[in-house]
Design a protein around this ligand. Structure first.
Ligand code: ADP
Ligand code: MG
Length: 151
């Protein structure tokens, strides 16, 4: 299994990376984000949104589990941190199979419901403003995407 890694030294660098990734995204793509509170999951999502041509401000959904934004492609931003019962089916599949790009913060909380093929992104705090971003593609589509992105 191939993993890709990069270190960012500022929030802007994280934003820049996800912004660049967004240019390659297609309808139905699913990205899952792992990392502790303050790791940079929402920062990453903001860059993604910018790269998808979304002009509205993306915030961590506090009381909403899913927020939808319109851009070149729709972005479905899920933060399942507050989901009380992870077995609860909120119709995630409709988003995963939809016309937009789905990004899920705290994805492991809905592990059973995630699609088999997806891009797993983990962000780790390694210093004041230093983060290690690990990208693991599951499935051919995402392997291809990573090869292009990291070449
Ligand atoms: P999460 O959604 O994982 O809880 P946020 O993106 O909301 O995290 O918050 C991350 C915080 O860390 C922001 O205040 C951001 O500016 C800061 N930060 C510092 N360095 C980085 C970096 N290299 N990448 C991403 N965020 C960083
Ligand atoms: Mg967040």
């Amino acid at each position: 299994m191939v993993n890709y890694e990069l270190v960012t030294n500022t929030p802007e660098e994280t934003f820049h990376f996800s912004n660049r990734l967004a240019e390659r995204l297609q309808p139905g793509d699913v990205l899952t984000l792992e990392g502790d509170l303050g790791a940079g999951k929402t920062t990453f999502t903001k860059g993604l949104a910018k790269g998808l041509g979304i002009t509205r401000t993306v915030n961590s959904p506090t009381f909403t589990i899913i927020k939808e934004y319109q851009g070149r492609l729709p972005l479905y931003h899920m933060d399942v941190y507050r989901l009380e019962n992870s077995e609860e089916d909120l119709g995630f599949d409709e988003y995963f199979d939809g016309e937009g790009v789905t990004v899920v913060e705290w994805a492991h909380l809905i592990k059973e419901q995630l699609p088999k093929n997806r891009l797993i992104i983990s962000i780790k705090h390694i210093g004041d403003t230093m983060r290690k971003i690990t990208v693991q593609p599951l499935g051919e589509r995402y392997e291809q995407l990573c090869e292009e992105l990291f070449s």
